[in-house]
Design a protein around this ligand. Structure first.
Ligand SMILES: Cc1cc2nc3c(=O)[nH]c(=O)nc-3n(C[C@H](O)[C@H](O)[C@H](O)COP(=O)(O)OP(=O)(O)OC[C@H]3O[C@@H](n4cnc5c(N)ncnc54)[C@H](O)[C@@H]3O)c2cc1C
Length: 568
């Protein structure tokens, strides 16, 4: 078995690992990055590439203030709604979790400046749906606590090399062509990370899957990895940083740990929760493993393949409601993806997850709407073709179940569900489905006519209306709602819960040190990104919160590992 030694070994080359490697390298350390996949980037490469950074230098330069006490309250209330207490010294949040909120606020901006000022990533303000930089709307409108709703959202700008590398491929999830100076997606972010690591002389080895952590007298000294050349050992003089992503691609861990069943994920195939497995005997405390960065997936695609190339970020359509097997709405259909995933778990294990499959029901007016909007997928275009943002090879018309009357529609849904029953634990419609759906459509039509959704407040905040897209002509009320037609045909697409990726794992402290159950750090072992207990817990503070926290924790891990005295 060959042995290689470096100052710092980083496991994983997504945003967390790349930031950690660059930060450690900035102090002159030898750094090796071991990446299980065939290319750099992991789930980061598959993402839209935006990142959330409170109190960042770009917003400050624009004169936007982001006061710490308000920001921490905003983060705490979203992450720990049941514990939140504004009068409490740690806002009602356990000290260890509060410390992670505080360090995220305090240090994300340093991570961003490090990447920007050293020319590693060309950072710009995220574009909103209006196309204007800095205009990306917040996911939650909470003006009492959120003093900086516009300004925390950042992205990586394309340069000429990036546009050339894209080779005419449209931006992920946006359909637009890359242009110099405009915001790039996860591929561009990863390309810039990869180029920066190469420029800085970081030794990045793909197809190297770490499969063991080496310890000596309680201290972590290195890792073993399965490589194209066989089993190899990598010793670390200063420290090992795990940034190996979440566990969505492990069915066993997902079934065991997540709060409910998922039918698909956007995560990279190599994200199988190796860090959780490898630290089983390390007396670590796992936290936030029930949570994920939630989303929805078209059920039938998820049943074919766990890995999904794109996800349902917001179900499109105005004359559209999402109903359960009783025909009832259970969620604001235009709520952010992170809030819609858990709607599938209402009822819980005790009731057999009765909402694990929901039906996105829409009328012919939605299907015939010619608007090719970025969030239209998986609804096909009126002529049956794919919208611009779609998954190559997927025939959206196959996902649509239709019927001329609601009775016929229900019978066809029932028939389709029967064909899937062996993979869905026999999921079927409840006996009162048609009556439930009729009543729900009638109630929804009233809301659409008045513009106010009294049950779920659909379309009440800017992000929901802008993600949905422009209103259809004649709708001057609430752009996200329009009354269903009086007659069919009616259609639906079956949806299940999915993840962008999971976000739970061993706890770290504010120095990114992996800690034992008693809170003491395991010497020379660090963690960052989705493989550790993410500071957000169950929340998605706003667009980019996942890459933002990956960069922040990666930056700290790189800095702290670098600061260790090397072992002889
Ligand atoms: C469609 C989609 C869009 C998204 N858009 C956004 C967005 O715009 N903004 C945002 O903030 N987030 C977004 N996300 C989420 C975001 O991509 C992830 O949360 C983030 O990339 C996680 O970064 P990471 O560095 O922790 O993990 P990853 O990027 O997943 O990197 C982990 C790496 O570790 C490697 N690895 C795993 N096990 C091992 C092992 N044993 N040995 C060696 N290597 C290993 C993996 O191959 C992978 O490359 C999106 C996700 C999806 C799916």
């Amino acid at each position: 078995m060959s042995t290689t030694t470096a100052d710092v070994i980083v496991v994983g080359s997504g945003a967390a690992g790349a930031t950690a490697a660059l930060r450690a390298r900035a102090d002159g350390n030898d750094v090796i990055v071991l990446e299980a996949g065939p290319q750099v980037g992991g789930t980061t490469r598959r993402s839209s590439g935006g990142f959330w950074a409170p109190n960042n230098s770009l917003m400050r330069a624009r004169g936007i203030e982001d006061p710490r006490d308000y920001a921490l309250k905003y983060m705490a209330r979203l992450s720990y709604p049941e514990l939140y207490d504004p009068e409490h010294p740690t806002l009602g949040v356990p000290q260890a979790d509060y410390d992670m909120l505080a360090v995220t606020y305090d240090r994300t901006t340093e991570a961003v400046d490090f990447l920007k000022d050293n020319g590693h990533i060309a950072i710009i303000e995220m574009q909103g749906f209006t196309g204007e930089a800095g205009d990306f709307p917040p996911y939650y409108e909470q003006p009492d606590l959120d003093k900086a709703p516009y300004g925390r959202h950042l992205g990586a700008a394309y340069d000429e090399a990036g546009v050339a590398a894209a080779a005419g491929e449209a931006l992920r999830g946006q359909g637009a062509q890359p242009t110099v100076g405009n915001q790039g997606d996860g591929r561009e972010l990863s390309r810039q990370f990869e180029a920066s690591m190469a420029r800085e002389g970081i030794d990045v080895r793909v197809n190297h899957r770490v499969d063991g952590i080496l310890k000596d007298d309680g201290e972590v000294t290195g890792v073993t990895a399965t490589t194209p050349g066989g089993q190899e050992t990598f010793n670390a003089r200063k420290g090992v940083i795990f940034a190996s992503g979440g566990f969505s691609m492990s069915e066993a861990l997902s079934d065991d740990l997540l709060m409910g069943p998922i039918y698909g994920t956007g995560a990279a195939p190599e994200c199988r929760g190796d860090f959780i497995q490898l630290t089983k005997d390390f007396d670590v405390e796992l936290a936030h493993t029930e949570h994920a960065w939630w989303c929805e997936v078209p059920l039938e695609l998820g049943l074919e393949s766990r890995i999904q190339d794109w996800l349902v970020f917001i179900p499109w359509g105005d004359s559209m409601i999402t109903v359960n097997r009783e025909g009832h709405r259970v969620v604001n259909e235009k709520a952010l993806y992170n809030d819609r995933g858990p709607a599938h778990f209402i009822g819980g294990k005790e009731e057999g997850y009765p909402n694990r499959i929901l039906m996105m029901v829409f009328d012919e007016g939605v299907l015939q709407n010619p608007l090719d909007w970025v969030t239209r997928w998986p609804i096909p275009m009126p002529d049956g073709s794919s919208p611009s943002v779609s998954i190559p090879g997927v025939k959206e018309t196959d996902l649509v179940i239709s019927g001329d009357t609601l009775e016929e529609f229900a019978a066809n849904v029932e028939a389709r569900l029967a064909t899937l029953a062996d993979k869905t634990d026999g999921f079927d419609l409840a006996p009162g489905f048609v009556e439930g759906l009729k009543a729900e459509i009638e109630r929804f039509n009233g809301f659409a006519a008045s513009g106010v959704d009294e049950d779920f407040q659909r379309g009440s905040v800017r992000i929901q209306t802008e993600m949905y897209g422009p209103p259809r002509p004649g709708n001057d009320k609430n752009p996200t709602m329009f009354p269903f037609r009086d007659s069919g045909p009616y259609h639906c697409i079956l949806l299940g819960a999915g993840t962008l990726e999971t976000k739970g794992g061993p706890r770290i402290d504010p120095h990114a040190r992996v800690v034992r159950k008693d809170g003491t750090p395991i010497p020379r072992l660090y963690g960052a990104g989705n493989c550790i207990a993410n500071p957000t817990a169950g929340a998605y503070w706003s667009g980019g919160a996942t890459l933002g926290t990956a960069m922040a924790t990666g930056f700290i891990a790189g800095e702290q590992a670098s600061a260790q005295e090397p072992v002889a």
